[in-house]
Design a protein around this ligand. Sequence first.
Ligand code: FES
Length: 278
Amino acid sequence: EVFFKMFEIVKREEMAGGTVILNEIAAPLIARKAKPGQFVIIKANEEGERIPLTMADTDPDKGTITIIYMVVGKSTALFKTLNVGDGYQDVIGPLGKATHLEKQGTVVCVGGGTGIAVLHPITRALKEIGNRVIGIIGARNRDLLILEDKMRSASNELHVCTDDGSYGRPGFVTEALKEILEKEDVRQVVAIGPVPMMKFVSGITAEYNVPTLVSLNPIMVDGTGMCGGCRVTVGGETRFACVDGPEFDGHKVDYDELMKRLQAYSEDERRCYNDFCR
Ligand code: FES
């Protein structure tokens, strides 16, 4: 297979036992323009699938962007085979709207799984503009937890949870969040992670009347508002995550529909992945 070196990988790291990969990619024009919350669509080669990934970091001086993805299907398995010095054929972006950042007082940033990678630059930016930021991150177990150190320095206070209690506080991020909402005057919650996590977080913050921002990851094709593949229902209206989002009011998102749409191709994804691994 020939990979054009258009967007060269300058740094590569494996996390969570090799199931999560970090790539720092040379993409100077995107690095200069991108803001927290925005995403890119990347393609490894000519026939490659277009994969949308929210940027975990950007370095405008160095001219690089960082993406962190979980290996879930054929395309991400192919991405995983790329080493430093290899490149992606296409990196398109920055796409989507940037996070609306405001100084509000105490804000809570909740992240789960690879959502923590997306949450990190937003957390850092919220603290930089003067908010008191309480971070809560969670994973199924200790081995799957990523970016704890980065989240610790990006927030004023960090709570770590694991579902199985192998590290930090045992239980879901929602339980830690509830305790904080009980005793603190929280002005905003940002929740990024698996859809069920965002759904449950939004359910809790709705009870406490705390505005909540979520970042959605529907299936995307063009990323520019033309195909409709990324449509989500927010407040009873159809919105396109690629141009109207990826961030939306967490209290208005139809999460059940999003989950159903995300599962639409999971059979094919599994089949392609198995063929690829053979
Ligand atoms: Fe095609 Fe959003 S990805 S409209």
